[in-house]
Design a protein around this ligand. Structure first.
Ligand code: NAD
Length: 316
């Protein structure tokens, strides 16, 4: 049994991970700037603290063997294109202070939640073809948002901490993780949760608003698949950043249609092209993770969205 710190354990992926590790028999300390929002007691011990502060990072990393780092100031495309300075400032502080605290407290292994947002936006501007993004395509670097630049910077920082201090680091480039027990309102929510909320709140005959023309292409990974892949990566010898996502491309229109079908309601779609919609086409290339971890997604969009929609429907 290992002693593990999960940061961001009050948020979506962090609270799932804390519970997943606790259920596997690890001793888990959860830390977040807020109490867990939706999962009760995800960790053995939970502390509210601001990880932008180095002293708090030192306290959080005391007596643990490994750290899963999910704490970040982040949200969906509407949030990260509006809040730029604070996203960079807060996340650089959290990640620099956490890495240094891990070294000072002799932590063995550090997991960093990077993002598909690090990939060059030029590779993702054509909605007529599916952009399967490979890990090696991250350079020459040209992320489309400050959020993406901060993630790329922290990947390099992880590699530097490994080289200079021997801290083992593992990096996942997550591609749109979704599922129940995550933010679904308030402005930080992402497309599957936002669309589920809109459909859950609509009546027969209403319409819901899609951001953009709905032809944007993405892929989404269900949270249970994300847990398994992340755990395998953390235990593996794979030191370079690795895509964790689904390679089943889906348009936002199709995603909305699936949620509407699950709801059983008669709902129309309308479009607001003045809203931020991100890149035109983004999908994960999973060649490397299949080789390195013998992992691939198992949950279909129908199953995953059913779980997500049912939970959000109850919440609203
Ligand atoms: P989330 O917002 O639900 O979780 C992040 C948590 O960090 C929140 O609970 C928040 O309160 C906490 N936090 C923020 N500032 C903090 C601070 N100063 N001190 C302590 N805690 C603080 O987001 P999530 O979807 O669970 O994402 C988790 C991680 O995965 C993030 O690093 C995110 O960038 C990354 N990621 C997520 C996705 C996705 O699709 N959800 C995709 C790519 C990368």
């Amino acid at each position: 049994m290992e002693r593990v710190l999960v940061t961001g354990a009050g948020g979506f992926i962090g609270s799932h991970m804390a519970k997943y590790l606790k259920d596997k028999g690890h001793w888990v300390r959860g830390v977040d700037i807020k109490e867990p929002e939706f999962i009760e007691n995800p960790a053995n011990e939970f502390e509210v603290m601001d990880l932008r502060d180095k002293g708090n990072c030192l306290n959080a990393t005391k007596d643990v063997d490994s750290v899963f780092s999910f704490a970040a100031n982040m949200g969906g495309i509407g949030f990260i294109t509006k809040v730029k300075a604070d996203v960079m400032h807060d996340n650089v502080l959290i990640n620099t202070n956490m890495l240094k605290a891990c070294v000072e407290n002799d932590v063995e292994r550090f997991f960093f939640a990077s993002s598909a947002c690090i990939y060059p936006h030029e590779l993702q501007e054509d909605a007529s073809k599916i952009a399967y993004l490979k890990e090696k395509e991250a350079y020459p670097a040209s992320p489309g948002t400050p959020y993406g630049w901060e993630k790329l910077f922290t990947e390099i920082m992880c590699e530097s901490f490994t080289e200079d201090y021997g801290l083992e680091t593992r990096m996942a480039r997550y591609h749109n993780i979704y599922g129940p027990y995550g933010t679904y309102k308030g402005g930080r929510e992402k497309a599957p949760a936002a669309l589920s909320r809109k459909v859950a709140m609509a009546e027969d005959g209403d319409s819901i608003t899609i951001w953009g023309d709905g032809k944007q292409i993405r892929s989404f990974l269900y949270i249970d698949d994300c847990m398994e892949a992340t755990y395998r990566l953390m235990q593996s010898d794979h030191k370079e950043p690795l895509n964790i996502g689904s390679d089943e491309a889906i348009s936002i229109n199709r995603l909305a249609d699936l949620i509407i079908e699950i709801s059983g309601k008669d709902i129309e779609k309308e479009y607001d092209t003045s809203k931020p919609q991100g890149v035109r086409s983004r999908n994960a290339d999973l060649t490397l993770i299949k080789q390195a971890l013998d992992w691939k997604p198992t949950v279909s969009y129908e199953q995953g969205l059913e779980e997500t929609y049912s939970w959000i429907e109850q919440m609203v």
